[in-house]
Each structure stands twice: as C-alpha cells, then as structure tokens.
Design a protein around this ligand. Sequence first.
Ligand SMILES: NC(=O)c1ccc[n+]([C@@H]2O[C@H](COP(=O)([O-])OP(=O)(O)OC[C@H]3O[C@@H](n4cnc5c(N)ncnc54)[C@H](O)[C@@H]3O)[C@@H](O)[C@H]2O)c1
Ligand SMILES: [Zn+2]
Length: 413
Amino acid sequence: MDVIRQKVRVDFEYPVYFTTGVVTPSNLLLRDVVARSADQSPSRLAVVLDQGVLDCHPHLSDQVAEYVQRHRTVLNLAAPVLIVPGGEAVKNDPRHVDDIHRVINEAGLCRHSYVVAIGGGAVLDAAGYAAATAHRGIRLIRVPTTVLAQDDSAMGVKNGINAFGKKNYLGTFAPPFAVINDASFLATLPDRHWRAGVSEAIKAALIKDRAFFDFLEQHAVALKSRDLGVMEQVIRRCAVLHLTHIASGGDPFELGSSRPLDFGHWSAHKLEQLTDHQLGHGEAVAIGIALDTTYSYLAGFLPEDDWRRIISLLPALGLSVYVPELGQHLDVENHPTSVLRGLDEFREHLGGSLTILMLRSIGAPFDVHEIRRDIMIRSITVLRDFEHAHRLREERHERHTLSEPIEPEGTGR
Ligand SMILES: NC(=O)c1ccc[n+]([C@@H]2O[C@H](COP(=O)([O-])OP(=O)(O)OC[C@H]3O[C@@H](n4cnc5c(N)ncnc54)[C@H](O)[C@@H]3O)[C@@H](O)[C@H]2O)c1
Ligand SMILES: [Zn+2]
C-alpha cells in the first residue's frame, strides 16, 4: 500500500458590519469594504435585489446605481441591478440561479469581482449559491434585509436552493466576503417577518445563553410592538452567538452529525414543505422549538418551569406553536406527509446516525440519537391544546376590550 496523507488548512475571515443607509452616498462603508482588497480598480460588481425589498423601497435600484457612480473610482456596476422574486419563490425555481449566473457571465465578472446580494434569507441563499458556483466562487457581499437574515442566515457559511421538494437540497458551504446589516431596512418588514426572525434568537438563547433568554422575556412586549432599538440589540447578540459557534464549534462545514444551530429544525423544515411554504422558515422554527422543548419536558430531561417559560415566550412574541399540518397523519407510521417523516429526512441529510438536540435546561442542550414516537405524538397533542387555549384567551381578551363602553364623541366627558 502506498498513501500520501494530504492536509489542507484554509482560514476564512469575514467582517460583519452594522450600519444604517448602506447605499446613501455619504455612507462610505460599502465602498471601503471593497476598497480594502481592491486588486483591480475600480472593482466590478453585480447587484442582486429582492423584489419584495424593492416594492417597499422603490428607489433602491436607482440609489444603488447612484452610489456606485458617486464612488466610481472604487466601484463599477458591471450589469444593471438584477431583480429576483423574494421569499421561497427564488429558491424553488432554478431559473433564478440561472439568471444570476447569466448576469455574472455577461458582465464578465472574475473571482476578484463582487456579487452584492440585498434581500431576505431566501434571496441571499440563492444569490450565494450562484456566486459560489460561478468560477467556483466569486466574492459575495450579503446585505440582509430581514430580522431572520440579520440575526441568523446571513451570519453563516451556507447557501442553497430547494430541489426535489426538499429544502436546501442543492447548495455549498462558502463563507461570504463580508456582511452588512443595515437596520433601516427593518422598518418596512411586514409584522409577520419581523416576529418570525425572533425565533432564531430564541433558539440561540436556548442552546447557548440563558441570560439572553431572560433578556428576550423581559423585552417581549417591546419586541412585539416593533421597538427597533431592542431588536437591534437582539440581532447583534444572536449574530455574535451564531458567529462564535461557527468559529469555535469545531465543525463549520457540518461534517459531523451534531448540529446545535439546527435545534428545532428537523420538524421546521418538514413543516415548511407540508404547508407548501405558507409557513415561513422563522414561523416553522418557532413551532419546531416548541415541539422539541415539549418533548424534552415530557421525556423527563427538562424541568417544568423552564418548559413553561419557553412555551409562554413564543406566543408572547406573536409566534404560534401549532399548525394543523403538525397533527396530520400521525396514526399512520411513515406517512409521507406526516411531520414525523421529517426525522427520516433529517437522518438522511445528516448521513450516519440521527442526532437531535434536546434541552436539559435553558442554555444547556445535549444530543439524543433516538426519538420515542409516542412521546413526540404526545408533545404534538400538548401543543395543539396549548395553542387552542391561547387563542381562546386572546379572543376573550379581544371581546372584553371591544365590549368596554365607547363614549360617543361630543358628550363632553
Ligand atoms: N443559509 C442559512 O444558513 C440559512 C439559515 C436560516 C434560514 N435560511 C433561509 O432563509 C430563508 C428565509 O429568510 P427570511 O426569513 O429572511 O425571509 P424571506 O427571504 O423568505 O423573505 C420574506 C419576505 O420578506 C420580503 N422582504 C425582505 N426584506 C424586506 C424588507 N426589508 N421590507 C419588506 N419586505 C422584505 C421578501 O421579499 C419576502 O417576500 C429560508 O429559505 C431559509 O431556508 C438560510
Ligand atoms: Zn433556521
């Protein structure tokens, strides 16, 4: 036998900036991010923009062009801004990745050029995949515009699109060149997406940082009522937890089976698919967190007090813990559209043995390799009843509020 044992080490470094008004001409951050490694001058870039962001910021495309023009000694927009659909649509149809590849090709971008992706997690995933595969990797600058993308998805090293009905089936591990979190985008985010992004912060708190969980509890009302200052603190803490895990968790490219950052995700991914993506990623993660937390409690791992705190925080932030798809077809083992099928799909995705994170307490997770079907089904029933009771309470509160006497105007009282 003859063997040459090859070992390659590559260090990656990428900055994550926090700013406002990233394409305001007087904001020099984007220019300087490119200028700091300008091996060509000016540097060529292509910009991919989320249609949903453009709808709320109708001048954004022009602002990008003006920004580049103003800083033309450093930046050169090598193609018109490419608009792609926002949300899962961009990941479900491979033609959008083709479009990005086409722009990169026609603009003659090289490995020292830049793709600047502005949008939610879905657009960043698709643009990241296109950038990582053209020329085997073009520099990617992510400008995330949702809470979820700013506190979670844009921090990491993954990208991808959906295929064969499976989430993120095609993708690569490719660290970005830089990330720019611009808080001013969050003002136009629909309520639903504002809330959904907080579920990844709850996840990070549950697996890493009990004090951060306390903070989320204490600021639940402010977060739900869209306090941007509090949200910025949440995003920053969550981003730090995420980045630290990638840097020092020992498995940045997920070669092993243990995935702390995927707490609650086995069922979340399945629920996204079962609801035909009517449920967004963050919304599905909230339910996934509720499910694995309840399982942890019913299996005797997690104290009741901690379980109650977690299960109460989710609705306090406006997040549901149950949808009908969670309870469907549980009586048939291995039913293809039962959430429990998500366990098999997760096992297949990991390769090797099933590894699911459960909680011993808030901030203290551990891995299990076996899931008891009966306890999981009981957990689902508990969540169904919990959600039902919560809705009744909300309705009662609403009725109570509405039935308070309303004084007609001009009564002088
Ligand atoms: N790569 C990773 O590590 C990773 C991690 C977590 C999630 N994800 C992926 O991220 C995606 C979810 O991302 P998301 O939660 O950011 O939502 P999203 O990208 O699906 O966007 C939600 C909606 O908000 C719109 N939008 C985005 N920014 C806006 C703004 N500032 N104002 C108004 N509308 C805006 C979008 O057009 C879209 O319609 C999923 O596909 C998920 O799989 C990836
Ligand atoms: Zn996630």
